[in-house]
Design a protein around this ligand. Structure first.
Ligand code: M6R
Length: 625
């Protein structure tokens, strides 16, 4: 039985007058954050397709192409993140149909590929080279294309793609070319993102605008069940069912410059260092001193509707979920509304009792995470008003939600989420402030929050100055077997986030826990080669944290403390290393305390020689379940 090989990847297509190979390679480099297990291109040269593909990164593909160039002015390309099945040359995309004339790249999962494959085999098609679901789709399109009549080969390819997709159960963002049909490409999406870039005498397809923004800032964000036929100078979008639709061309918010590393060695460091600006951008124009509250017009809710909210659900995955966990404390503190935080992957499959007047927020940097999108759809299906907190403008979650708040953090390329996290924290604070000021929060308290928010960018600059100190600390701990992270209240989720950053880019074992949980089991792990990092600012629970720190110290566990205010003095004899951040009101401290943890993970990963921006086995945008 063939191995099931699905993918969660990046695709780029080009039809124009320039050589396709450099454009496709450059686009793939921009999408490498989506997956980096294998890569490939199919470029049409005259009447045949030149395929180059291999396991490994885009650099390996570029080397292959430099050794064996592929000429031609239209083609498709792919960078893969494998979920099941081997990472090898055969499973790399593109894939051909049985005739070798149709080439296809795919981002998604064809769930019924086995049944489709058996049907093709029964009809005599046995020429499969890979284990992939994608190759089955290429064969299916080819088989239908062969059966269709008519001289208009473009219409035949469109109709064959349409007919094949109607048989597919699963998700896809695809690009298809046929070597007999010059300068023509078909794209379609369902469940996986796909954007059309509109250029001058050239058009593009990509999983994400960052792949094409160097060539055009005019984009059409395709919807699920859209199919696009593109040529150099025109495109036509219709639905999989055949209905022709209207689509607006949008201006991409950022430029090619914004997605360059500049002088930074890694995107992650660049993005950590951008946080004073991104936090400022997250609140820009959203605070009002007159009423001491926040203005969030994108929520699309009237004051009576906001006042009527009786329960809030925050959902997301990974770092976005951790932001939600801080949001739980924040919104309950500021607005006194019960908040639940749900793993998107669990929430979407759970039978949660319906409670009226519930407002659901789906938090996602990319706006494309499959589990979060699934949670959003399930929540809307059940009738809840569901809002998005997204960074990527026009992403699927942003478009499918009833309203929301954009982060305006700019492109985040490093696989480890950093600046999006602090933007999410600011936005959740604004939501808490808005809901709070409609309830019990006084004008004075509202003003205090606004003052504290406005001071944050300057304080972040101060924290960033600690980078060298944190680098020296990282060097001291380069031989440890792992790290434990502890915090209380607003900083318990920061312990979770610190541990996630540490494990994902250093590959060290790391866990985050509420400080008080130590004595309920975790303390058994404490030993000299396993440092404990306490996030213990000078807040209402500092003395409680100090008790837990004493317990670790008594068992010879090394301690690194992130603290503020009087904390440093009290920790002097307890912690081996003290990282001191500026003092801030307790509910905003996570915005400052998380940055040293991002930097600690970063510097340790560099010391360990890890691939910081593309950690092993990971991808930035997780578009499979
Ligand atoms: O794009 P999203 O915010 O929906 O992504 C969610 C997670 O996949 C993401 O935060 C992941 O955990 C990061 N790699 C963590 O650094």
């Amino acid at each position: 039985m063939a191995t099931f090989t699905s993918n969660m990847c990046g695709i780029v297509g080009y039809v124009g007058r320039s050589q396709a190979a450099p454009i496709l390679l450059d686009g793939l480099r921009r999408l490498e954050y989506r997956g980096y297990d294998s890569a490939g291109v199919a470029i049409v040269d005259g009447d045949h397709v030149e395929m180059r593909k291999c396991a490994g990164r885009i650099a390996s593909l570029a080397k292959l192409i430099s050794q064996k160039p592929a000429a031609g002015s239209y083609g498709i390309s792919h960078t893969r993140w494998a979920t099941h099945g081997k990472v090898n040359d055969e499973n790399a995309h593109p894939h051909f149909d049985a005739t070798g004339k149709i080439a296809l790249v795919h981002n998604g999962v064809i769930e019924n590929y086995q049944a489709l494959k058996e049907q093709l085999i029964q009809n005599g098609d046995t020429n499969f080279r890979s284990d992939t679901d994608t190759e089955v789709l290429a064969h299916l399109i080819g088989s239908i294309y062969g059966q269709l009549e008519g001289k208009d080969s473009k219409a035949r390819l469109v109709n064959a793609t349409r007919a094949a997709l109607k048989q597919v159960i699963g998700t896809y963002g695809i690009a298809v070319v046929h070597s007999d049909i010059p300068n023509f490409m078909v794209g379609a999406r369902r469940g996986s993102p796909l954007v059309l870039g509109v250029g001058k005498d050239e058009n593009f397809l990509a999983s994400d605008v960052s792949a094409i923004v160097a060539h055009t800032r005019d984009a059409v964000y395709l919807n699920d069940f859209d199919l696009v036929a593109l040529e150099r100078d025109k495109f036509e979008i219709s639905s999989i069912d055949g209905a022709v639709g209207q689509h607006a061309v949008s201006k991409v918010e950022f430029s090619a410059e914004d997605i360059k590393k500049g002088d930074y060695p890694h995107y992650m460091l660049k993005e950590i260092c951008e946080q004073a600006d991104t936090v400022r951008d997250a609140m820009r124009g959203r605070l009002t001193y007159e009423e001491c509250t926040a203005k969030l017009g994108g929520l699309n809710m009237t004051p009576p509707e906001l006042r009527d909210v009786a329960r809030v659900v925050l959902t997301g995955c990974g770092t976005a979920l951790h932001a939600g966990r801080v949001g739980e404390y924040l919104i309950e503190r500021l607005a006194n509304i019960p908040v639940e935080v749900e793993f998107a992957s669990e929430y979407r499959h759970r039978n949660t009792p319906m409670t009226e007047r519930t407002l659901v927020f789906a938090i996602s940097q990319s706006g494309e995470t499959a589990d979060t999108l699934g949670a959003l759809r399930e929540s809307r299906r059940k009738g809840y008003r569901t809002l998005g907190i997204c960074n990527n403008v026009a992403s699927t979650i942003a478009r499918e939600s009833d309203g929301g708040v954009y982060m305006h953090a700019g492109p985040e390329i490093g696989v480890a989420a950093t600046k999006s996290f602090t933007s999410q924290l600011v936005i959740l604070t604004l939501i808490g402030l808005l809901l709070g000021r409609m309830r019990q929060l006084s004008t004075a308290e509202g003003k205090r929050m606004i003052d504290a928010l406005e001071a944050l960018p300057g304080q972040i600059e101060e924290v960033l100055k600690l980078s060298d100190q944190i680098k020296s600390i990282a060097k001291k701990y380069v031989d440890v077997s792992g790290m434990l992270f502890f915090g209380r209240q607003f900083n318990y989720p920061i312990a979770l986030e610190g541990a996630l950053k540490m494990k994902e880019i250093t590959y060290l074992f790391a866990e985050g826990h509420p400080s008080a949980e130590l004595k309920h089991g975790i303390i058994a792990l404490v030993r000299p080669d396993l440092p404990s990092i306490f996030i213990a600012p000078d807040d209402a629970v500092l003395s409680k944290n100090l008790n837990n720190i004493e317990q670790v110290k008594a068992r010879k566990g090394p301690i690194i403390a992130v603290t503020s205010g009087n904390g440093a003095k009290q920790l002097k004899d307890l912690a081996a290393d003290i990282i001191e951040v500026p003092d801030v009101i307790d509910c905003l401290s996570p915005v400052l305390t998380v940055i040293p943890l991002q930097l600690l993970a970063y510097h340790l990963a560099v010391e360990l020689g890890r691939d910081v921006d593309k950690p092993r086995n990971l991808a930035k945008s997780v578009t499979v379940e």
